[in-house]
Unconditional design. Structure first.
Lengths: 468, 468
C-alpha cells in the first residue's frame, strides 16, 4: 500500500535538515462564540481530535527501505495516533500575544519526524483577552504554503450559526461550495495556482537534469544585473547560513489603510506591503549598522494570467512568476521608496509578460525553491545572494468566516527560512485585514519582533507622505 | 571533536524506533517558596535556561557519517540552542493533575531527535493548586533511569534558604556534598550502583558475541520453570507488540503505611509495593476478563552486596541482580498474595546469593535490557514472555529537599515500555513518600490511570488484613 512521492515533494524531503525544517505553518486567532462555556477550548480541541475519519493526505508518511529500492514513497501510517497530531496546549501567564508568539516560534522550530504523518495542530488556550489560537504545521512535501492556507479556509463558513463543521483533516464527502465561494476562488486577484507552482517546482527539483533552455535563461538573467528579473543583490546579514532556531512575529493592519495610501500615490496595495517591509528592514539594519549601500532586493512571487504568460494551462489557471524587486532601502524618504518599489514591480510584470513559458518556469523555479536549487545556482557561479528576502502576499477570504460559531479574527502564515535567506515575510489578507507573518532564524535575525514596530512606523510615514 | 559511544549506549540508540523511544523521564512537583511573586514560574524557567555553561553530557549528540566509518559517535552540538531544550509550558484549564499527566504522557511519547543533544526539560505552570511541575526527559544512551533520578536529586539542597542553585544541566565546580549526604548515598538500602548496571548492560549489548557461559546460564534458567530466576510467565495482554503512544500515571503513598503493613505481616516494604501492583493488576485484568490462570511474574531488579554476590568490584560497590517474582495474581486474598510475593522474593534473593558472577551478569542482562536482548532470547527458543511486568523500586532522598527555596513535594519516574512489555512500574521513595510512576503503551494498556485507584484499594485491603 505504498504510493510514489512526486519529485517536488521528494526534493523538499531531501533538502530538509536540522537547520532547515521544510514545514509551513499557520497561526489562526478565533473569538469564542456568544455563550461559550468554561470548557469551550477543551470542547473545540475534542471536536478537532474526535473526527470520524481522517483524510488520506494526513495519514501518509514518507518511507524508504530495501523493498522500495531505496526510493522514498508514501505509506499509510498503520499506527496512526490522532493524539500525537492534534494537541491541546496552554500559554504561560500572563498570556499576552508575546507568549503566543514564543510558543509558535518554538513549535515551528521543531522538525516533523518522518516516522509519522507530517503534520501537527495545536489548539491553544490561555490568551488573557479570551481569544483562542490554533497553530497548524504541515510539511511542504504535503502541501505548500498557499494550499495550506486554502485548506484551512476551506473548512470555514460565512455562517456564524453553522455547527457540526469538520476539522481540516477530516475526511468528508466533497464539501459543496456556495457559488459565491467558487467565484471568489476562481477570480481572486493575484491568486497563485497551486498546480502551476508545483509544476514549476517540479522542474527545479529535477535540477540534476536541468533542461538546457533553463540553464541558458538562468545564465542570461545573471549577466543582466539591472533587470527586474536578475539574481543579483547586495550582501546583508540576512543572507547567511542559518540555524534551526526560529522566531515568529505577526501583526495585522486594516487593508483600508494600505488601499488609501495606494490610491493617493498611484500605487497598488502590494506595492505598499513591500514598501512597509522595505522601510522596516532599512530601520532594522540601520540599528545594527548593517544597511547595504545598494538597494536590497525582494523576491516577490506574482500571479500571471495564462494568456499573458503564453503558458498553456489545462485548467485554465494562471502561471506564477517571480519578480526581483528593488526595495529602495538606500533611500531615506518613504515616498521615494514607495515609488522605487512601484517602478520595479511594474518593470518586472512587463518583463515577465514578455517572457517565454520556459523562461517563466525557470524564474519560478529559482524564486520558489532556492533551497533545492542551491546546487544549480552554485553551478552557475552565483556567489552573491540572488535576492535578500522573500515577500509573498497570498490572498485569503474577504469576508468574516467562522468555525462552528467561532469567528476567525486573523490568520498569520509561518514560512520557511533557508540557508542564505534567513527571513521570510508572508502576508495574507482576510476580512479587511492584511496579516503579516515574519519567520526568521532566531540567531541570524536578532530581535525579529522589533520589525513589527518598524512596519507600523513605516505605514504611518507612508500615510503622512500620501496625505491620508 | 568526536568521542566514542560505549556499546551499551549504542545498543540503546540502535534499539530505538518509533514504537520504542528509549528515553527515561521524571516528573517533579514543587511548592512555591513563601512570598513567591506572580512571575515565579517564569523566573524559575529563566534561571533554568540562563545557565552560564552547560555540562558536556548535555551538549553532545549522536552522529554517524562516512568520516566516522559509519560508526555512531558523540559529537558536540555546535549550534546548541538551550531554548530548544529548556521550555516553559502551561496546562490547559482546569489544571488538575489529570491535565498534567496528559501533558507528560504526550511529551513522553515523542522521540528525541538525534540531531540535537538528547534531553528536554519543561517547567510547567497552571496547576490549579499552585504547585509547579517539571518534566525532564533524557535518552537512555546518556543516563539510565537511576542515574537520571540521582542527577536531579544532586542539584537539590536540604536548606530551604539556599539560593543561586544550578540547574541539573549546568556545568559547575564539583559540588561538595555534606557528610550526611555522602553517607546516605553510600549506604542507601537496595541502592543500585550505576556502574555495575551499565557493565551488565554492556555485556548484554554485545549480544551477538554473547559468551558461552552466559548462553549456558540462560538455557539452564529456561529449563527450570519453577525457579525464582526462570524466564517463564503466562501470556497476558501486557505482553504484546506496542505502539509509540504513551500513557503516564503517578501517585504517592506514605511509606509509613507500607512499613506498618510490612511490620505486622513480617514482610518488607518492597514486598508490599509488589503486592500492591499484584492486586491492582489482578483487578485490572479481571475487569478486562483477561486474568491468566497462572501467577503473573514481575521482573524486580535488586541490589546485592558485592561480597554476597562474589562479584569483584573496583569501587567496592554492589552488584545488581533480577528476581522473577511470582506475584500471586491468581490468589483472591490480599494476605495470600503478600505472602506469595514475600516467599518468591526471599527464594530469589537466596538463589541470587548462590549464583556465580557470570550467572548474575546474565540475569542482570536479561532483566535490564530485554529490548536489546530480544534476538538472544529468540535464539534460545523463548516464545512465551520471560516475565509480565517490570517493577523497579529506586531509593531516593529521605529528607525534604529544595531547589532555590522551592520544596520538592514528590518525584515520579517515567520509564520505557518495550515490545512484549507494555507496562513499566517504577517507584522512588522521597521524604516519607513512595512515589509510583506507571508508564505504558496507551493502546496496549487501556485506561492505565485506573491502576492508581486499584493500587490504593489494594493498600487499604492489605492494611485491613494486617490489622493496621
Amino acid at each position: 500500500m505504498v504510493s510514489p512521492i512526486d519529485p517536488t515533494s521528494t526534493a523538499f524531503l531531501l533538502a530538509e535538515n536540522r537547520n532547515m525544517p521544510m514545514h509551513v505553518g499557520a497561526l489562526e486567532l478565533f473569538k469564542k462564540p456568544e455563550g461559550a462555556g468554561r470548557h469551550y477550548v477543551r470542547e473545540m480541541f475534542e471536536s478537532m481530535r474526535d473526527v470520524d475519519e481522517v483524510a488520506p493526505l494526513f495519514l501518509k508518511r514518507p518511507y524508504r527501505s530495501a523493498r522500495t529500492a531505496g526510493q522514498l514513497v508514501w505509506r499509510p501510517d498503520e499506527q496512526f495516533d490522532i493524539e500525537h497530531h492534534v494537541r491541546h496546549s496552554a500559554l504561560p501567564k500572563p498570556g499576552r500575544v508575546r507568549e503566543l508568539l514564543e510558543l509558535c516560534s518554538r513549535l515551528h522550530s521543531t522538525r516533523l519526524a518522518w516516522e509519522r504523518p507530517l503534520w501537527e495542530a495545536h489548539v491553544i488556550e490561555g490568551l488573557r483577552d479570551g481569544r483562542v489560537a490554533m497553530y497548524i504545521k504541515t510539511h511542504h512535501a504535503l502541501v505548500d504554503g498557499v494550499s495550506a492556507m486554502r485548506l484551512l479556509a476551506s473548512v470555514l463558513s460565512t455562517d456564524p450559526d453553522k455547527r457540526e463543521m469538520p476539522a481540516p483533516w477530516a475526511r468528508t464527502p466533497e464539501r459543496p461550495k456556495t457559488s459565491q465561494e467558487r467565484d471568489k476562488a476562481e477570480h481572486a486577484a493575484g491568486d497563485v495556482p497551486v498546480q502551476a507552482l508545483r509544476t514549476a517546482l517540479g522542474v527545479s527539483a529535477e535540477a540534476a537534469g536541468l533542461p538546457g533552455a533553463l540553464v541558458k535563461t538562468l545564465r542570461k538573467s545573471l549577466r543582466n544585473e539591472t533587470s527586474p528579473l536578475s539574481l543579483y543583490a547586495p550582501r546583508t546579514i540576512l543572507n547567511q547560513t542559518i540555524t534551526g532556531s526560529r522566531r515568529f512575529a505577526a501583526q495585522d493592519w486594516p487593508i483600508e489603510r494600505l488601499r488609501a495610501v495606494g490610491k493617493a500615490t498611484g500605487t497598488t496595495i502590494n506595492d505598499v506591503v513591500i514598501t512597509m517591509c522595505s522601510g522596516a528592514l532599512r530601520t532594522y539594519l540601520l540599528d545594527l549598522k548593517a544597511l547595504p549601500e545598494q538597494s536590497m532586493v525582494a523576491m516577490v512571487p506574482v500571479g500571471l494570467k495564462a494568456q499573458q504568460s503564453h503558458l498553456p494551462s489545462a485548467e485554465g489557471g494562471n502561471a506564477v512568476g517571480s519578480i526581483m524587486v528593488q526595495m529602495g532601502t538606500q533611500l531615506a524618504d518613504p515616498g521615494d521608496r514607495l515609488q522605487a518599489v512601484h517602478r520595479s514591480m511594474r518593470d518586472g510584470k512587463e518583463a515577465l509578460a514578455s517572457m517565454t513559458p520556459v523562461q517563466i518556469l525557470a524564474m519560478s523555479a529559482v524564486g520558489q525553491a532556492p533551497a533545492i536549487l542551491t546546487p544549480v545556482l552554485r553551478m552557475q557561479g552565483l556567489v552573491r545572494p540572488p535576492y535578500n528576502v522573500i515577500i509573498s502576499n497570498v490572498p485569503g477570504p474577504r469576508t468574516t468566516h467562522y468555525w462552528n460559531g467561532a469567528q476567525l479574527l486573523g490568520t498569520y502564515p509561518l514560512s520557511i527560512p533557508i540557508n542564505g535567506m534567513a527571513l521570510n515575510i508572508t502576508c495574507t489578507s482576510y476580512d479587511g485585514l492584511m496579516c503579516f507573518g515574519l519567520t526568521g532564524c532566531r540567531r541570524t535575525v536578532p530581535h525579529l519582533q522589533v520589525l513589527l514596530t518598524y512596519l507600523d512606523d513605516e505605514l504611518k510615514a507612508l500615510e503622512k507622505v500620501a496625505g491620508v
